[in-house]
Ligand binder design. Sequence first.
Ligand code: NAD
Ligand code: UDP
Length: 342
Amino acid sequence: MKDILVTGGLGYIGSHTVVQLIEKNYNVTIVDNLSNSKIFILDNIEKITGKRPHYFNIDLTDYNKINSCFSKNKFDGVIHFAALKSVSESVNHPDKYYHNNLNSLLNLLRCMKENDIKNIIFSSSCTVYGQPDKLPVSEKSPFKEAESPYARTKQMSENIIEDFTNSISYLSAISLRYFNPVGAHHSGLIGELPLGTPDNLVPYITQTAAGIRQELKIFGDDYNTHDGTAIRDYIHVEDLAEAHITALQRMIENKMKSKYEYYNIGTGVGYSVLDVVKSFENVNKLKLNYSFSERRSGDIEKMFSDCTISNKKLGWNSKNGLDEMMSSAWKWEKNISKFLKG
Ligand code: NAD
Ligand code: UDP
């Protein structure tokens, strides 16, 4: 049985990946400081899988604490999700983002080096491409100017990881560049947990439907798209989690063609904000309160992936469509208040 360390494993994407790791018979250790999660997620991972992963409440910016975790375990691989992720917050507090996201990564890589750990998968983002010249965006597209400090931490992290793989003979890494993860586990037991007002579209939609928000404001109706609203490549979080399992197997089975690989993880299909709203209404048989407002500053018109390389080389494909994303997101939203109350 292989031992995997999952940082940020109680977060949105991490928890779905932990479930699939356990289901594939990996032995999982989670490190999460609960800065953007709640401990009931650990209970619910156990409810889904019948197994409770080892869990340490450690802040990754604390080198001594994280190193103590490495000295007790010999990990076959690390999946590094832990990071702060709000684009708008990063613009106002770049110090917080550089400190948390970069020091966490550096501490982790240092521990891996000192303990001869060979494999790391990193949560990157399509924001590394900035405003791409051409769509769909493939892995061959260059990094353009980062649109936010958050995006810059992802670009810098990828560069740091590549440098480490060049300098440590046994180290391999895969960065997965996520497009727009949405939806929740089909059980309705884990999902995205926005603490405070959500920045992102889908939690805003579900909270509006639940009556927590009055109405969704659609930012911009004058984009050059089929209905005037902006386009993104939404990917079901369970498909995204599976990409990590596929990448991990590739590393552990020594199938990598180079020491550092990076892949787009999206569906390759772009949907507008109105497409998402209509799918949500249709699949859940609900009417959503929404109105149009000004474009959100810094937003791009269209973003969607070319996933040919991840489909062919990594051997991963997304399976779920927009309706599955919207029905699972709503199922989860209806459960959140119950779990938060305990
Ligand atoms: P999340 O906030 O739900 O999960 C991150 C987890 O990491 C949280 O549980 C948080 O408590 C923990 N954490 C943060 N800093 C930590 C630290 N210093 N020490 C220990 N734990 C810490 O976020 P998510 O949506 O699951 O995102 C996971 C990763 O994927 C992040 O790196 C994020 O940047 C990246 N990503 C997310 C999206 C998205 O839209 N959700 C898109 C692209 C990339
Ligand atoms: N969006 C919106 N209203 C909201 C939140 C988001 O119209 O309350 C739009 C946003 O302008 C973008 C799309 O939904 O066009 C996806 O936004 P999100 O923040 O989820 O992802 P990102 O823009 O970071 O890709």
